[in-house]
Write a protein that binds this ligand. Sequence first.
Ligand SMILES: [Zn+2]
Ligand SMILES: [Zn+2]
Length: 356
Amino acid sequence: MPVPLSPVPETMAALSVVETGRPPALAMVNRPVPTPAPGEALLRVDACGFCHHDLLVMDGTLRRGVAPGVTLGHEIAATVAAVADDVSDRQPGDRVVSLLTAACGRCARCRAGREHRCLTGAGIGHGRDGGFAPYVALPATALVPLPDGIPAAEAALLACPLGVALAGVAAVDVAAGETVAVTGAGGGLGAHAVQIAAMAGAQVIAVTTSPEKAPALESLGASLVIEAGDGLDFAEVVMALTDDAGADVVVDTVGPPLWPATLRCLGQYGRLALLGDLTGQPASLRLAEVIFRDLRVIGVSGVSRPTLERAVGLAAAGWLRPVVSQTRPLTAEGVGAAWRLVAERRALGRVVVAPE
Ligand SMILES: [Zn+2]
Ligand SMILES: [Zn+2]
C-alpha cells in the first residue's frame, strides 16, 4: 500500500558529533535535504539503529575512513521520498532497508553478490552520510524492499546487526546438534547470533557480562547463559559443560576483552567467527593452538544483498525477531541516551533512533 508522504522540506536537522569523547558532545545542525544524484533515491528515514560502530566513531576510537562532518547511522529503514530520473525500480512510497555500503551494483564484487565489498562504494554513515537525519540520499542499488508488517524499528536492524549475524553463523557452517558459544550475547550482534544458531538446531551457550539479560537470552534460544568477566574464565565453564570436548563453534562479537578464553573453549576442528572488536587492542595467539586443533578462524563484517534479502524473508515469516531494546527520538538528547545505554551495556539487542 503506498504510504502518503509529506512534502520534502529544503532543510533538516541532522545529528552532528561536535566533539568526540565519552560521552561525545552531540548537537542537531541545520543541513540542506540532499538532492538525489543519478541512480539515487531520497529516503525519508523511519528508524535508524544505534550501532557499536557509531559509539566507536563518537568516542574517537574509530577514525579511519570516517568522512569529516559525516552524519552517522548505517542501520536504516526508510520510505522512498523521491528518485532520480534514471531510477525505475524504486518509487516514492516504497518501504526499504539499506545495505551498509552504497554499492555501485556494477563492479566485479557487486556482480559476484559481494556488494558489501564494492570496489568504489563508501560505507553509509561512515564514508558518506547516514541515517541520523530525517532524510538521506542513497544509491537505489543499495536498497532492498521491505514487506508490510515489519515495523520500521525492527526493519532497521535487518542488515546490521541481524544480517551480519546471519552471515557470521553461515560462515562457520553451524549444523544441528553442535555446540555454539556466542560472546557478547546480550549485544546487537550477539542477541541475533543466539537466535540464528538456535534456529539452526545448535545448543547455544550465551556468554554475557550482563547476567540480568539471562531470561531474555533464554527466550531467544540460548540453552545456557554463562557470565564472563571479573576474572571468571568462561572457557573453563564451556569445557565443563561439554565434557572437555569444547565448543564446535564460537561466534565472537567482543574480541580482545575475552581473549584468549574465546580461542581456548574451541574443541578439535572448532570454528571461530570473529564479528566484533570492542577495543581495537592486539590479542596474542600461539599458532600451534590453531594448527594442532585444526581450527578455522574467519572474519565477518558487513552484509551482502542476498544475505539481507534472506534476513528480510526470515523476519517477514516470523522465523527471526529483530531485538529492539528501546526507541529514542532523533535529538541530541535522544541519541545521547542511546549512547549511554550502549556504553553501559544496558540494552538487550539494539537501541533505535527515530526522527520525530
Ligand atoms: Zn551496525
Ligand atoms: Zn560495486
